[in-house]
Design a protein around this ligand. Structure first.
Ligand code: MEV
Length: 309
């Protein structure tokens, strides 16, 4: 039996890092995907083939190579306590740049949770999301679950740790890559340190972010993209204050701010991508600003989320 599932990457429009501490975030899924094929095999093994490496192991192994650990975890968990399927081969192909703040790891967990669990029984998106978050926690224990949620359900969402709801809006995003790889876990750890040393300041930032997100939700619903851009700029400033930006990203933000409504980091920061908020009047001009020096593209909002292929 073979199952094939794909899941999209994401941009965090507002609220990364603060979402870990209970503040709401706004995210959107984008039209770049991870494709995962899962196959039941006769050999009693878990085999994973991907662009970032291959693996062939027995069941029940604990010290698995980090980037493939969540996928191994999913296969091992599903094989446990049943005798119908002996082994699983998983093949992963991705259009999402790795370590770039576009949610490649979460999309991979979501697509793999869909494909691997699909070998056993049809699962709801809600159950697949829970499996994906459990898998992601094997490499990043503090995840807020935001990235996996938007990858599973697609579209634009407002999210906090208690749940999410969808938002209707319309804009275009120019995404530019610094090509500096980052580790979400390390940066989240650094923010944790900042919070420990600056409790009062951090709590003030959380309050500011929370207000900013309430305003952003209003503007998104009215589709006032121009005013929304000024909130993007304010959110970026808060991220700079908690130390997740750097000189390379600042230079890119300045370029983006020339012709878009506002630019900011897309995820954990300290590398990876930024996004510039645009509409049809300034999207191609913004893209032109980046083209000669950066890998960049115009992203569309993905409405499907997890899907079969
Ligand atoms: C990473 O895309 C977003 C962070 O807020 C981490 C998380 O929410 O799990 C930095």
């Amino acid at each position: 039996m073979i199952t094939r599932f794909s899941a999209p990457g994401k941009v965090i429009l507002f609220g990364e890092h603060f979402v870990i501490y209970g503040v709401k975030a706004i995210l959107c899924a984008i039209n770049k995907r991870v494709f995962v094929t899962a196959e039941s095999i006769q050999e009693e093994k878990i085999i994973i083939k991907s662009e970032i490496g291959d693996l062939k192991l027995d069941k029940g192994v604990l010290d698995v190579d980090l980037p493939l650990k969540p996928i191994y975890f999913l296969a091992d968990k599903m094989l446990h306590g049943q005798s119908k399927i002996k082994g699983i081969k998983v093949t992963i192909r991705s259009e999402i740049p790795i370590g770039a703040g576009l949610g490649s790891s979460s999309a991979c967990c979501v697509a793999a949770a869909g494909a691997i669990s699909g070998l056993f029984s049809i699962k709801s998106k809600k159950e697949i999301l829970a499996l994906a978050i459990e898998a992601e926690k094997t490499i990043f224990k503090d995840t807020s679950g935001a990235d996996c949620t938007v990858s599973t359900f697609g579209g634009i969402i407002e999210y906090d740790k208690t749940g999410f709801s969808k938002i209707e809006s319309n804009f275009q995003l120019v995404i530019s890559n610094s090509n500096v790889k980052h580790s979400t876990e390390k940066i989240v750890g650094r923010v944790q340190e900042f919070k420990k040393e600056n409790e009062k300041e951090f709590s003030d930032f959380c309050a500011l972010e929370s207000d900013l997100i309430s305003d952003a939700l209003e503007l998104l619903k009215k589709n006032d993209i121009k005013k929304l851009g000024s909130l993007v700029v304010q959110n970026q400033k808060l991220l700079e204050k908690i130390g997740v930006s750097n000189d390379t990203l600042q230079k890119m933000i300045e370029i983006g701010d020339r012709s878009s409504y506002g630019s900011k980091i897309t995820g954990a920061g300290d590398g990876g991508c930024i996004y510039s908020l645009t509409d049809e009047t300034n999207a191609s001009k913004t893209l032109d600003e980046f083209k000669s020096n950066y890998e960049c593209f115009l992203a569309e909002i993905d409405l499907k989320g997890l899907d079969v292929f």
